[in-house]
Design a protein around this ligand. Structure first.
Ligand SMILES: Cc1cc2nc3c(=O)[nH]c(=O)nc-3n(C[C@H](O)[C@H](O)[C@H](O)COP(=O)(O)OP(=O)(O)OC[C@H]3O[C@@H](n4cnc5c(N)ncnc54)[C@H](O)[C@@H]3O)c2cc1C
Length: 443
């Protein structure tokens, strides 16, 4: 056990946070509002991690498609600190499904379920029943079943199973139906049904809003790649450029592969194979204008495809321009040229003649949308049960591959808040953030 629950009386702790992604920034906010001294080490020359946005020629490109869940933990955190998600919930004129390379109406509303030619009447009935049960069913009973197993046993039509899997990919980024927990997926689809925000100027807008709040109290050390973390009875030692610095605690808000290098004992070796990422090959496309303005959103039913014009909901392109994100959800495979070709074919189908309007595009082959998935074999929890690191006193890990109960940035936020709360409690610090006082610590 990490015996960090000791009472450290009135001392203001000196905390190192490794990684200035949203996880690290949220932890920093929670700690500084309680009076802790925080230093953030970030290997890049800016904050944001995977939530960074590149701005060019009036376009704003997130690292692949990014949508903030309106009902998720990260948005709750932002609201609690007075940051409004500046953007909008996309409401496409028409949502499409691709099946056997043909386009159909995607069944998202009662009207589109009735109207779509994607399913037969009996399939529509089965799908409608499932959608109705989503809100009311207690999904705890499906936490230890894989998505594949659940669908095999509960849904008769293979076609309806394929439609449900496409919604699962859309909301979780996971394309690992034999491993991901069905209960966790359905809880995530429920959150997705509350809507997502596409953010004006991209996710960098929330990164900089939090960073601005931290500017006075946090010492940012950019271009500081941490080399190792050691925990001793005297404190936690962080080594950067060969120089060791002493802190009371460290929060490692970095990818699991980095943690394995920095502090090899932090993640037990038997858990490593269970940290299964959700990965995607992403194609980000900026156009002078859309050639088919109606085609705003599509997902693949028999192929793991995603297409959405993010600039229809958020300010991500200059006037008249369009910023489109496409993605191919990867399973175990590595992305190749074949994935890019398939995404370009989809773009041809939805925006014919797009080449004449192209400003620029980029292909990002193997993106970790989430470093882990909640597993059926661990009853819907991620492989690593909690941010507290056993056997490393004062050390915590934060990210979207730890704990239980949410996904993507929402899980990172949840862990960040829980880790900060443990430190705050251990030092008897007062926390001025309402969220900190009300958020559940259970992971
Ligand atoms: C393609 C894609 C799509 C996504 N879509 C969504 C979405 O729609 N909705 C959603 O909720 N989430 C989405 N996510 C996930 C979301 O971006 C992350 O969960 C979120 O940004 C939180 O990340 P984090 O802070 O946990 O980790 P990261 O953002 O990965 O931050 C880790 C930080 O650690 C730094 N670092 C690494 N090694 C070191 C070192 N040795 N020393 C110092 N610093 C180091 C890195 O530079 C980085 O800044 C998506 C991610 C991707 C890639």
């Amino acid at each position: 056990m990490n015996n960090f629950t000791l009472n450290h009386s009135d001392k203001k702790p000196n905390i190192a946070i490794i990684g200035a992604g949203l996880g690290g920034l949220i932890a920093a906010h929670q700690l500084t509002t309680s009076g802790a001294k925080v230093t953030i080490f970030e290997k890049d020359h800016h904050a944001g991690g995977r939530a960074q946005t590149v701005s060019r020629d009036g376009f704003h490109l997130n690292l692949g498609p990014h949508a903030l869940y309106a009902g998720g933990e990260a948005n709750k955190f932002l609201k609690s600190i007075g940051v409004t998600a500046d953007g909008a919930i996309p409401q496409p004129k028409r949502s499409l499904a691709t099946f056997e390379k043909e386009l159909y109406d995607l069944p998202t509303t009662p009207a589109s379920i009735l109207g779509t030619k994607l399913m037969s009447v009996s399939e529509k009935f089965e799908f409608g029943q499932f959608m109705l049960s989503l809100e009311t069913h207690d999904w705890n009973s499906a936490m230890s079943l894989s998505l594949e197993k659940y669908l095999e046993t509960k849904i008769k039509s293979e076609h309806v199973r394929a439609v449900i899997k496409s919604f699962a990919r859309l909301t979780t980024y996971g394309n690992n139906p034999t491993k991901i927990s069905a209960g966790a997926v359905f809880e995530q689809i429920k959150i997705g049904l509350q809507g997502v925000y596409y953010l004006n100027d991209g996710w960098a807008s929330i990164v900089s809003a939090i960073q601005t709040k931290l500017a006075r109290d946090v010492e940012f050390r950019f271009e500081s790649k941490v080399e190792s973390i050691e925990s001793t009875d005297d404190g936690v030692f962080v080594t950067v450029n060969g120089i060791k610095q002493q802190f009371d605690n460290a929060i490692l808000a970095v990818p699991p592969k980095v943690i394995q290098k920095l502090a090899p004992s932090a993640i037990p070796s038997e858990l490593v194979p269970k940290i299964i990422p959700s990965r995607a090959a992403c194609l980000d496309v900026c156009l002078k204008k859309l050639t088919e303005p109606e085609n705003e959103f599509a997902i693949g039913i028999d192929e793991p495809l995603y297409y959405s014009v993010h600039s229809t909901a958020a300010k991500l392109a200059p006037s008249g321009g369009a910023m489109i994100h496409l993605a191919y959800y990867l399973g175990e495979e590595e992305a190749t040229h074949k994935h890019e070709t398939r995404l370009l074919q989809l773009l041809d189908q939805l925006q014919p003649g797009w080449q004449n309007e192209l400003v620029f595009k980029r292909f990002l082959p193997n993106m970790n949308a989430s470093f882990g998935i909640p597993l059926a074999e661990t009853n819907g929890s991620y492989a690593i049960p909690s941010p507290e690191v056993p056997h490393m006193k004062g050390v915590f890990i934060v990210g979207d591959y730890i704990g239980k109960g949410a996904m993507l940035v929402d899980q990172s936020a949840k862990n960040a808040i829980a880790a900060a709360r443990q430190i705050v409690d251990a030092y008897n610090l007062e926390n001025s953030s309402e969220l900190q006082l009300t958020a559940t610590p259970s992971l």
